[in-house]
Design a protein around this ligand. Sequence first.
Ligand code: TNX
Length: 510
Amino acid sequence: EPGEQAGPTGHQPERQLTDVIPAPVEAEPDPRADYRLTPFTVIRTQPGSAEARQVGTYLAETLRPATGYHLPVVSWHRPVPREISLLLGKADPRIGDEGYQLDVARHRVTIRANTAAGLFAGTQTLRQLLPAEIEADRTQRRSWTVPGGRIVDYPRFPYRGAMLDLARHFHTPDEVKAYIDELAQYKVNHLHLHLTDDQGWRIQIDSWPRLTTVGGGPGTGVDGVGGGYLTKAEYADLVSYAQSRFITIVPEIDMPGHTNSALSTYAELNCDGVAPPPRTDIEVGYSSLCIDKELTYTFVEDVIREVAAMTPGPYLHIGGDEAHATTDEDYQKFMDRVLPMVYKYGKRPFGWNEIAKVSPPTSAVPQYWGTTNTNAELAEAAARGHKILMSPANKAYLDMKYDESTPLGLSWAGYTEIDDAYDWNPGNHVDGVGEDSVLGVEAPLWSETLRDLDDIEYMAFPRLPAIAELGWSPWSTHDWASFRERLAEQGPRWELRGVDFYRSPLVDWK
Ligand code: TNX
């Protein structure tokens, strides 16, 4: 049979069962159980589950170009020879909502999970267990072996995130989708979109239409070259595209600071009724909504209502960072009015860690972006019962330069090489914020210096996979020597996918 000529020496898998980022919880190799994908492989998904079928279809679409195989997707009850099956239920009890069990045997691969999200995670592991050429966009003449054995895998934290800043330079829906495709491979399950800032407003709001046409129009963004915005239809399309990769969109409307684009567009939002000029520089901390004006709260409620209505995910981020032009008293007043609005429209508020100082309801999530290991307000918030999202700027900020020669990025939190990004423990990084108080980790990418997708990719890779591993893999697997080897094998995959990345001298790239 074609594709069945495995000899005693013929088809050693190139990959080991543990060659995966994020590192799996448990992997038991069985060298006698290697599996080979053949022209006759069938992908069989859980009968009756449309979601499982979608996961199978996406897997088939990923594997077809390089293999040239048909890989039909079926939902039959009976097993098929040489199948890859994606089945719900009957797995290791530890896997929970997002985990999976992957069994690679000589004649079949079985992924079992309790949810479609778990099946999807399993398929992303399977993808990495195939040779790097699987990422090629045309047929490769070679064999496709998966190392035999069993993986049982599930996340350490429920929230593994990335953030893109669409305000400083707008990034198009296609660029955001390309980023989503990369994130999904590392089991990232949230994408936070920073939609508004001093330099631009990037999301359509029907009740305040000039926010986008003026505040997000031509000439906005850093240096006046970052214009553009998402219509509601484009945002909805992004939400569903992300959903198809099991990623939840978290929209951010930053306030009361970082609001010059709104203030310069609508004069009536300013305390003195005079619109300040638009800004295209990268200063921070100079703008504030007018705290004592009732119209401010009409505006904010309109925006929150519309953004909540177009967002199926549970979270809405209200920023709250660097409000240096707002007094502490006014900041408290503002948040006392605005936090209840987020709940009123059915969402759970996120804010940068400054919101911890107003004692918000404990279901609000402060996102830590500081550079120190002590933060009294954050520790108090954890003690009151808040979950914290960890994005320490000197570890998790993908816009920090790698070293002094990095052409893009900023360096206010220091240079961040790949080992710096990897080498911290979200579960004990800040005193008084223990494992149980951590919702997860997020890697923000601010785009003052980043214009196109190549720029985004160059800063995100290879650091994004480091942050993704910190969010998914148990601390017991944390090992720089292992990570750097597994990372080296991602290089050829990025090359084949056309993903730009920084060839850190700390990694022996393949
Ligand atoms: C600080 S981090 C900011 C952003 C900048 C970023 C650049 C945070 C919550 N605020 O406004 O874009 O630094 O690294």
